[in-house]
Each structure stands twice: as structure tokens, then as C-alpha cells.
Design a protein around this ligand. Structure first.
Ligand SMILES: Nc1nc2c(ncn2[C@@H]2O[C@H](COP(=O)(O)OP(=O)(O)OP(=O)(O)O)[C@@H](O)[C@H]2O)c(=O)[nH]1
Ligand SMILES: C=C(OP(=O)(O)O)C(=O)O
Length: 218
């Protein structure tokens, strides 16, 4: 039987986040809205799964904190922000202090086309193992799941797929297309749009295409 996981979703402060995606949203002051929309769609999809029994945002951003808490999502404050892996280690410690037998995972917050069934399929394929899901390029990581009661040991960053593999995590093999479609560059947003964007990102993109936009359709 597949057992539930507690997923941490780390999000950088909005004014610092997704620098490589700047230019995908015009005018430029809409960038924060796009980052928040990507994260919102990721969290909504994760919360719609069967096996992600808790979805917890980790951020030091006050706007995101209010946004998610208003929608009933638990937020752990990682301020002062000291980087992605530090934020995840902090969240992992909190969850395992609450329940030493917790099974903790990390899900990237830039998966606006994520389908709940792909995330459930990933958790099912994982069984009881420590696993990771690589991104579409095969070099990054979109999901890392620890074993029940074990430390998460996140090694996100450039080349994280190799680092997680070397650290003993098994790589998930199912297509999991929507789980692999992270959005780092404007072109990634176009690929995600072809898969089907969640409501928040899709609304943001449509608004950006409206009057005053200098950007063509995604
Ligand atoms: N809580 C927290 N989350 C982070 C931090 N750094 C990155 N993240 C999140 O980790 C995930 C992966 O990071 P990246 O895809 O590299 O995102 P990014 O650093 O905002 O993007 P670039 O500026 O384009 O490199 C995203 O969900 C980020 O929001 C951090 O210092 N704290
Ligand atoms: C931090 C990572 O994400 P990205 O490649 O999206 O920066 C990662 O894949 O480990």
C-alpha cells in the first residue's frame, strides 16, 4: 500500500525569484505575479493528490506567506533566507520533530502544469525508497522523497540529479511529464502551456496577452 508523504514546497522571496524567467511577463512589474502564480498552481495540484497528505510552503516572503495562509496552506518561515537547501533542511527538521516517522519530500515550486495524477504516480512508483524525479533535461530535480523517518538530505542546485543519484536516491522512470516540466526560462513556459497550465498561471498569461502587453501569445 502506498503511504502518504509530507511535501515541502520552497519558494524564494518574490523580488529575488526566477531571474531567468524575467521577460516572460510584461510589463516587468508583473514578474512577481507570475512567480506567485507558478507556485500557486504547483501547490493546488499537490494538494489535490491522494498521497501528498500535507503540502507545506517554506518561504520568508511576507506576501507569499499571507497568500498561502489565506488559502489554508501551512507556511514555514525560513527567514532569514539562507538558500534552497538550507530552507529544505529546516522544513525537514520541523516535520520530523513533529513526527519522527514522517516521510518528507521536496517539490519544486515552478511546476504550473503539474497534474495530481503524475505526482501520485511518482509517490506510488517510489514505494518505500528514497527517490528523485529529474527534470525534462535530466540534470535537475523536481521531486525528492526521503525514506520514512530519514533525513531529506537535499542537494538541489545545478546538476542536482547526479548529486541525488550519487547520494543513493533511485531515479523515477515513469514519464511523469507534468512533474518534469519545471519553468526556468520563458521557453519553458511555452512548453508547460502546451501541456496545460493551472488556473493561476493561465490567468496571468492571458492578462499579459491583453492590451499593453508587448509579449505574444504563449
Ligand atoms: N525558501 C526558499 N526557496 C528557494 C530558495 N532558493 C530557491 N528556492 C526555490 O527553489 C526552487 C528552485 O529554484 P530555481 O528554479 O533555481 O528558482 P530561482 O532561484 O527562483 O530561479 P533563478 O533566479 O532563475 O535561478 C524554486 O521553487 C525556488 O523558489 C531560498 O533561498 N529559499
Ligand atoms: C534547483 C534546481 O532547479 P533549477 O534547475 O530549476 O534551478 C534543481 O534542479 O536542483
Amino acid at each position: 500500500m502506498t503511504s502518504g508523504v509530507q511535501l515541502l514546497v520552497p519558494i524564494k522571496p518574490l523580488h529575488l525569484a526566477k531571474t531567468r524567467l524575467r521577460g516572460a511577463s510584461e510589463p516587468a512589474d508583473r514578474h512577481s505575479g507570475l512567480v506567485a502564480a507558478l507556485a500557486s498552481d504547483t501547490v493546488v495540484a499537490a494538494r489535490s493528490t491522494t498521497y501528498a497528505v500535507e503540502v507545506i510552503v517554506v518561504t520568508s516572503d511576507p506576501h507569499l506567506t499571507a497568500l498561502f495562509r489565506d488559502n489554508g496552506v501551512e507556511v514555514l518561515d525560513d527567514s532569514p533566507a539562507s538558500g534552497l537547501n538550507a530552507a529544505l533542511r529546516y522544513g525537514d527538521r520541523v516535520l520530523r520533530q513533529r513526527n519522527p516517522e514522517a516521510r518528507v519530500g521536496a517539490l519544486q515550486a515552478d511546476l504550473p502544469a503539474l497534474r495530481p495524477e503524475d505526482l501520485d504516480a511518482a509517490i506510488t512508483e517510489a514505494g518505500a525508497d528514497r527517490v528523485f524525479c529529474s527534470d525534462g533535461q535530466g540534470t535537475g530535480t523536481t521531486l525528492l522523497l526521503a525514506r520514512r523517518g530519514s533525513a531529506l538530505r537535499p542537494e538541489f542546485g545545478p546538476g542536482s540529479a547526479r548529486a541525488h543519484r550519487s547520494g543513493g536516491a533511485r531515479e523515477l522512470r515513469a514519464p511523469l511529464e507534468s512533474l518534469r516540466r519545471d519553468v526556468d526560462l520563458p521557453t519553458d513556459l511555452e512548453v508547460a502551456a502546451a501541456l496545460g497550465l493551472g488556473a493561476h498561471t493561465s490567468t496571468h498569461v492571458r492578462a499579459a496577452e491583453g492590451p499593453g502587453s508587448v509579449r505574444g501569445p504563449v
